[in-house]
Ligand binder design. Structure first.
Ligand SMILES: Nc1ncnc2c1ncn2[C@@H]1O[C@H](COP(=O)(O)OP(=O)(O)O)[C@@H](O)[C@H]1O
Ligand SMILES: O=P(O)(O)O[C@H]1O[C@H](CO)[C@@H](O[C@H]2O[C@H](CO)[C@@H](O)[C@H](O)[C@H]2O)[C@H](O)[C@H]1O
Length: 502
């Protein structure tokens, strides 16, 4: 994405003129945005001062030229921040902002207000979070129903997708890294917030899985993107519309519910293992795969060391465990020195219980959110990796549930987590995945890497949760408890039944 002072959209309708005075647009909005953006859950630059923005493009989805009428503005901006860490692209992270513009906003939309610019082309009008306004959400859906270009944007739709018009849109009320709108219980639109040039894996992988007829993942119906900045550049995915699995429950809530009544979860975990293996198999059949040998394994281990070092600098409580944690990464590199190699393929990249949905009727598991870990660069997220990385991430999630749920990490909950992890691995192997219990070096390295990621994630976003990954850090550093047993356990004996449908 190259920086341009103001890339303005034009439409071929006679009544529309592009936003007047665009050069003053960003300077007039900047004081409001530098206040508002850091408070948003999706802002990835927490902990560093936000000093301003560079405008990459401005597109009027609803013309903003008439001071007496409402407008909808899509801005792509680059954040200017102090002391960027090494992972930040040169010049800072880029974000998608959807701004409503209104001469007299209704009081119901007061929580959405960003402010009133003191000058510039929107002077005196109220600028607000467009995704909290049902009418503007409806307009966005209308754009997605009709493929075509609008300025720097391109709206695309699967030819056979049936998207009715007039579906009411509402923002979802869950914690998330992006922003999603549900349309009439039929579709959900995810608006990506931190953006990078290239196809987002949350579009790429579900489309590939739909082509492979894998029904474990909702198939994208439509999406929109920003055109490549120059020749040879890549378009930037900005949003994806997919079917909404109404009435489904997410795995995180189901696991917490089970823990609350001390119920077994092994049947569900085993079925989830099946679903995960099915998705991995389909991804390996449709998208490029590779073999990781000594040089690649050395690079992967070196990156794990780097992430550990960077995290220990940012979160000093990790420091005392560094040396012991390193042994897991060294052991991974050593498998390459021993002449072993590992299959790598496209994977989910950030699999946890909150990324799984179980349907109300058949109890069938689906996987969602293939974006990968939001903090990692897109190119890294799109690289083939060992599928057990997803398995290790899911095992961490069972540990999270047992430690943060109602049972709060008591001995029963920790035993629940152990049995649940084993059941997931058993299900995964039964459905054709590599048995995670047969690759302890990979599992340990990826589980450690994930726990390190979680330490940083929690320190930045939810400091109250830091103790959860830190408990895993202590266990992994002590090296006294494997993530999964060498053998699968016998049937679970906890209270409550769990037939593990789906
Ligand atoms: N297809 C879907 N059907 C039903 N609910 C969904 C669907 N996709 C996402 N959700 C809900 O939206 C939440 C956020 O979606 P997700 O893709 O994880 O967003 P983010 O990447 O921003 O965290 C999920 O936890 C889930 O509750
Ligand atoms: O769902 P996202 O793509 O936004 O993923 C991020 O946020 C997750 C938390 O919402 C975070 O997951 C961590 O907490 C979960 C419990 O809330 C737990 O189940 C996961 O195992 C744990 O990693 C995820 O890491 C982060 O990328």
């Amino acid at each position: 994405m190259s920086d341009t002072a103001s890339t303005r959209a034009t439409r071929n309708t006679p009544d529309h003129r592009p936003l007047v005075g665009a050069p003053e647009l960003l300077p007039s909005l900047a004081p409001l945005l530098t206040e508002w953006v850091p408070r948003q859950r999706w802002f990835a630059g927490k902990g560093r001062l936000l000093t301003g923005f560079t405008l990459l493009s401005a597109t009027e989805l609803l013309p903003c030229t008439d001071p007496g009428a409402p407008g909808l503005l899509l801005l792509l901006v680059r954040a200017q921040q102090s002391a960027p860490p090494s992972r930040t692209p040169v010049g800072g992270d880029c974000y998608q902002l959807l701004l409503g513009v209104h001469p007299a906003l209704s009081p119901q939309l007061a929580p959405a207000v960003i402010g009133r610019p003191g000058g510039g082309p929107l002077h005196g009008r109220t600028v607000y979070d467009a995704l909290l306004d049902n009418r503007l959400c409806a307009l966005l859906l209308e754009r997605l129903r009709v493929p075509g270009r609008l300025g720097a944007l391109r709206f695309c739709r699967e030819p056979d997708a049936d998207i009715p018009s007039g579906l009411p849109g509402r923002p979802i009320a869950v914690e998330q890294s992006n922003s999603s709108i549900v349309y009439g219980d039929s579709f959900i639109l995810k608006v990506f917030r931190r953006i990078e040039p290239g196809v987002n894996p949350d579009l790429e992988l579900p489309r590939a899985l739909a082509d492979a007829k894998c029904a474990r993942v909702p198939a994208p119906a439509a999406w929109y993107e920003a055109a490549a900045a120059g020749e040879g550049g890549e378009a930037t995915t900005l949003g994806v519309l997919q079917p909404f699995l109404a009435g489904s429950a997410d795995g995180w809530q189901l696991a917490l519910n089970a823990l609350a009544v001390r119920a077994d979860f092994t049947g569900s975990a085993r079925a989830l293992g099946h679903a995960t293996a099915e998705v991995h198999t389909a991804l390996a059949q449709t998208l490029p795969t590779t073999e990781l040998r000594r040089p690649q394994l050395e690079v992967i281990a070196a990156q794990m060391h780097e992430r550990l070092d960077a995290t220990a600098r940012a979160v000093p409580v990790l420091q005392p465990y560094r040396a012991r944690l390193r042994t897991a990464f060294d052991a991974l590199a050593a498998t390459g020195h021993d002449g072993r190699s590992w299959a790598a393929q496209r994977i989910h990249g950030d699999l946890h219980l909150g990324q799984t949905l179980r349907s109300a009727d058949e109890g069938r598991w689906s996987l969602i959110d293939f974006e990968g870990e939001p903090a990692r660069p897109l190119a890294e997220r799109r690289r083939p990796q060992p599928a057990v990385r997803d398995v290790a991430a899911m095992l961490r999630s069972f540990d999270y549930a047992a430690r943060s749920g109602p049972a709060g990490g008591d001995p029963w909950a920790l035993e629940w987590a152990r049995r649940t992890r084993d059941a997931f691995c058993r299900g995964y192997a039964e459905a054709g995945g590599l048995d995670p219990r047969s690759v302890p070096e990979l599992m340990r390295a990826y589980e450690t890497d994930k726990a390190v990621y979680e330490v940083l994630y929690e320190a930045r976003h939810r400091p109250d949760w830091l103790s959860v990954p830190m408990a895993a850090i202590r266990r992994l550093a002590a090296g006294d408890e494997p993530a999964v047993g060498a053998e699968g356990p016998g049937p679970a004996r906890a209270a409550g039944s769990d037939d593990g449908r789906g």
